[in-house]
Design a protein around this ligand. Structure first.
Ligand SMILES: *[C@@H]1O[C@H](CO)[C@@H](O)[C@H](O)[C@H]1NC(C)=O
Ligand SMILES: *[C@@H]1O[C@H](CO)[C@@H](O)[C@H](O)[C@H]1NC(C)=O
Ligand SMILES: *[C@@H]1O[C@H](CO)[C@@H](O)[C@H](O)[C@H]1NC(C)=O
Ligand SMILES: *[C@@H]1O[C@H](CO)[C@@H](O)[C@H](O)[C@H]1NC(C)=O
Ligand SMILES: *[C@@H]1O[C@H](CO)[C@@H](O)[C@H](O)[C@H]1NC(C)=O
Ligand SMILES: *[C@@H]1O[C@H](CO)[C@@H](O)[C@H](O)[C@H]1NC(C)=O
Ligand SMILES: CC(=O)N[C@H]1CO[C@H](CO)[C@@H](O)[C@@H]1O
Length: 823
């Protein structure tokens, strides 16, 4: 019995795996004399990919395709004869006399051809380990490649493109169903109009939209803030073709995107040596992801019920339909705009204003221009047909004049959308405020009562983080960190650290019940409040948001890193864990963060050059301690001006270790699938490929250094319209030998100029495109203190593609920067 079952499983497997027929080493090429015949396969040199004949599940047809492992919808990456299946096992793949690659059936009828007119006789087809099949002639000239002719998969180096002159497109096309590879109704491609966006279309109707490309991410994909991007790029080849592509920096994974028969784009990857494919991301997870779910002027929020609402100032077009959940008819404006009324009836009134909606996927059909933020608002205000605008620093000014369709509310990410409303629609807000404050008062009282009872009922609390081998436990009034891994199991927990544990009630009292007025700021994962303990000690309390899945990870990071203490790192005084609540208690920094001084026209005067230099050195020393001196090696990953706190004497202290990573002693770099951090401070290899190391912190330090010297934000919009980033501006001035121009006027005293120029020079070295060109932080400190006399000249720092800026090499005496105008 058993034997029979075994053979019936094995026989088809042997057939599929390309049993050696004739030649007994796997081959990866087809020539005019060496062809493959069903069920033989071509195997790429590293054995990753196979080309051969396969039958989809629940089908009897044979198709020629390229796959990895066992052929199925998710492993077949390319299909040749999609619309002309072979009906038996007599197919062959060969090279024709004119040099084209052919698939023929047993009757020698061509069912598929590479069909290139310039193929040469005696061409060779070869399957590569990248999954690409190409056709080349004797001289090595490639005449055809499978990655230029996508089917339903978007592979590394593939180009999904649209020609803006001819409208010609290269798109992905879905299968009809998992058992039928013929061309289905969905396609995915790029729409380069105004600002590039990726679309999935169902026939000719949009089905999903990525939102505008900002040079690094598509801002309508909320997860893209924290998703490993794998060198995604949108490129304008200047000949009218705009394409989207990506590269894999890391050869230990294979990653690609599949357009499923249901129209969902799925990002899947497989680690090298492992069979299993894993899903990293999907385009359509919720109903809100479907294009235009809520109709024109509607906004979708998957956290609400019902999910659709009208935009502020708009009401449902057909109330009855809307309340039945038929949202397609959308919404209309409630109160006519003053600018419209003036025209029609000569009636005057209070002027219109803008209502700000935060974290939204901006609607489709944005017009695009390049003015600064203030100009963007004015320009929209002046023109009555402009009904909304949004300013995004690396994109510029977006405005809307027609239907606003496919807006979505996110909890994070997205952009701010300013909607033009009549004055009367805006003032309503005041009344709402009163209601909100009453709600807050009642809520606070309820919270107080709840806190008291939950404190009374509180038992012993422990929190575990297996990946870090850490167990936190409170007994009495101390918080203990145990290392669980040391001897394995819980029985042998080794106490690592002990620090004070405060209860929630005390902290609620200290912060006046987490009152809004005590809020110091909003950290990455939750608000920070100022508080005062009964003894009079001032503290800062960070309350991790309960909603955040990353809350526990951040909490553990902060607690583990608190063990290291240094005068340039903010000290953790204690923690609190009660039920869902996790709070961290830090020393209070009276002078807040560096950005509140640096970018404030009045307060920046408090920071003279001596002070700034000591802040730079302080940050450098703190970073050196994190990288080198402490027992743990720590990469901060989110160094920025708002994470540098200033004590009463304006000494710098690095804060916010929530995103930090701890390295083993012999580890130099790591990869992450989740890129967290702040654009503008992120090194290119981290932002694009998720690779981080000490050198990615050095990059952020370089940006910070240039910001401190110039008093300008890297991604701000405080300067000339030509220079959309501080790095571009600094590099341009460097090339023009005019670096003095960069120095903040308030510190530009002649006697410091040499020292300041040196700082800028070091700053530019820190922001080199390639990590290996950046000095280590200890070298940076030596350079700053002039211990190292020779500082090598910097090369051009990386420029964001998004700024639509192209630049020439520094070697030419006259550096010009051109702004490519939008189409
Ligand atoms: C196949 O791989 C081997 C070793 O990895 C290499 O020496 C050889 O040149 C490769 N052949 C081709 C055709 O790429
Ligand atoms: C081959 O290409 C030519 C034009 O380049 C086209 O007219 C023809 O239909 C194509 N044949 C097939 C089988 O795709
Ligand atoms: C795609 O379009 C077809 C034809 O318009 C329609 O029948 C089908 O329901 C659509 N599919 C989805 C998922 O919207
Ligand atoms: C939704 O409402 C529109 C506008 O009233 C109507 O034309 C359409 O038939 C409705 N669709 C459904 C499915 O009820
Ligand atoms: C308002 O009037 C001006 C000039 O009279 C005209 O150009 C403009 O198109 C009108 N706008 C609207 C919304 O009717
Ligand atoms: C107002 O905006 C519309 C739509 O963007 C545009 O076509 C028109 O030229 C603008 N008018 C002026 C006076 O700028
Ligand atoms: C420049 C500045 O505002 N310095 C303040 C820093 O904090 C201390 C303590 O609160 C103040 O005394 C300083 O005036």
């Amino acid at each position: 019995m058993e034997i029979i079952i075994l053979t019936s499983v094995i026989t088809p497997l042997l057939l599929l795996s390309g049993f050696c027929f004739g030649f007994c080493t796997p081959i990866d090429t087809i020539t005019s004399t060496q062809f493959i015949k069903d069920p033989e396969t071509l195997v790429s040199n590293g054995s990753a990919f196979k080309l051969g004949f396969f039958t989809p599940a629940d089908s009897t047809n044979r198709y020629v395709g390229i796959w990895y492992g066992t052929p199925s919808l998710s492993t077949v990456i390319w299909v040749a004869n999609r619309d002309k299946p072979l009906t038996d096992f007599s197919g062959i793949v060969t090279i024709s006399e004119d040099g084209n690659l052919l698939v023929m059936n047993g009757q020698k009828v061509i069912v598929w051809s590479s069909n290139v007119s310039n193929a040469a006789p005696n061409s060779i087809a070869q399957l590569l380990d990248s999954g690409n099949l190409f056709l080349r002639d004797n001289s090595g000239r490639i005449t055809w490649e499978s990655i230029q002719h996508p089917s339903h998969s978007f592979l590394p180096k593939m180009k999904i493109s649209t020609n803006t002159h001819t409208g010609e497109k290269v798109v992905l096309t879905s299968w009809k169903s998992p058992s039928d590879p013929s061309i289905g109704s969905f396609s995915a491609g790029i729409n380069p109009l105004n600002i590039p966006q990726v679309f999935v279309w169902n026939g000719s109707h949009p089905y999903w939209r990525s939102g505008p490309w900002n040079g690094q991410i598509f801002i309508g994909v909320s997860e893209m803030n924290s998703v490993f991007l794998n060198g995604f790029q949108v490129v304008d080849d200047k000949e009218g073709t705009v394409y989207e592509t990506f590269t894999l920096a890391n050869s230990s994974i294979f990653l690609y995107y599949v357009l499923t028969p249901e129209g969902t784009v799925v990002k899947t990857y497989r680690e090298f040596g492992k069979e299993k494919w894993q899903v990293a991301w999907k385009s359509n997870k919720v109903e809100c992801d479907v294009y235009g779910t809520c109709g024109a002027f509607g906004i979708c929020n998957s956290g609400n019920s019902p999910i659709c609402n009208c935009l502020k100032g708009y009401k449902p077009n057909y109330m009855e339909e809307w309340s039945r959940g038929n949202w397609t008819s959308g919404c209309v404006r409630k109160t006519a705009l003053q600018c419209e009324r003036t025209n029609s009836s000569g009636q005057q009134g209070k002027i219109d204003g803008f209502f700000r909606l935060t974290s939204v996927k901006v609607p489709d059909f944005a017009d695009w221009s390049l003015p600064l933020e203030d100009e963007c608002r004015k320009q929209c205000f002046k023109n009555c047909s402009c009904i909304a605008y949004s300013y995004y620093s690396s994109i510029g000014c977006m405005s809307w004049s027609g239907n606003m369709i496919d807006s979505q509310k996110f909890t994070q990410g997205g952009a701010d959308l300013y909607i033009r409303l009549a004055y009367s629609e805006l003032v309503e807000k005041r009344d709402m405020k009163a209601i909100i404050s009453v709600t807050i008062v009642i809520g606070t009282i309820a919270f107080g009562i709840f806190t008291y009872f939950s404190w009374r009922w509180r038992g012993k609390q422990t929190v575990k983080d297996k990946s870090k081998g850490i167990l936190l436990s409170d007994r009495g009034d101390v918080c203990r960190i145990y290392n669980m891994n040391m001897h394995g199991g819980n029985a042998n927990q080794v106490k690592l650290e002990e620090f004070s544990l405060l209860n929630l009630e005390k902290l609620a009292t200290a912060t006046n019940n987490f009152h809004e007025a005590n809020m110091l700021g909003q950290g990455g994962f939750g608000p920070v409040y100022r508080g005062k303990l009964p003894g009079g000690q001032e503290i800062a309390v960070k309350r991790l948001s309960r909603a955040s899945a990353q809350g526990l990870e951040e909490f553990m990071n902060e607690v583990v890193i608190c063990k290291i203490q240094h005068r340039n790192l903010v000290r953790l005084l204690g923690c609190c864990i009660e039920g869902d609540e996790k709070l961290l208690i830090y020393e209070y920094m009276p002078n807040k963060s560096l950005d509140t001084f640096l970018f404030d026209p009045l307060k920046r005067e408090f920071l003279d050059w001596r002070k700034r230099f000591s802040i730079i050195e302080g940050i450098g020393r703190g970073l050196l301690y994190l990288h080198r001196d402490s027992r743990l090696r720590i990469i901060h990953r989110d160094l920025k001006a708002s994470n540098i706190l200033l004590d009463e004497d304006l000494n710098a202290k690095i804060s916010d270790f929530g995103m930090a990573r701890i390295f083993g002693s012999n580890q130099d770099q790591a990869n992450t699938m989740r890129v967290v951090g702040t654009y503008g401070y992120m090194s290119p290899e981290y932002a694009m490929e998720g690779r981080f190391s000490e050198k990615s912190d050095v990059f952020s330090f370089g940006v910070l250094l240039l910001e401190i010297v110039s008093g300008r934000k890297n991604t701000g919009h405080q300067y000339d319209e030509q220079y959309l980033s501080l790095l571009v501006y600094a590099w341009t001035l460097w090339c023009e030998h005019n670096i003095k121009e960069l120095i903040d006027e308030t510190i530009a005293e002649a006697c410091f100029q040499e020292e300041i120029s040196r700082c800028i020079h070091v700053g530019l070295l820190c922001v080199q495109e390639s990590a290996k060109d950046r000095p280590s932080i200890s070298t940076v400190l030596s350079m700053l203190s002039s211990e190292i006399a020779h500082v090598p000249p910097p090369k051009q720092p990386p420029f964001s593609e998004s700024n639509q800026l192209r630049q020439k090499k520094c070697s030419s005496s006259q550096v010009t920067i051109t702004v490519i105008q939008g189409r």
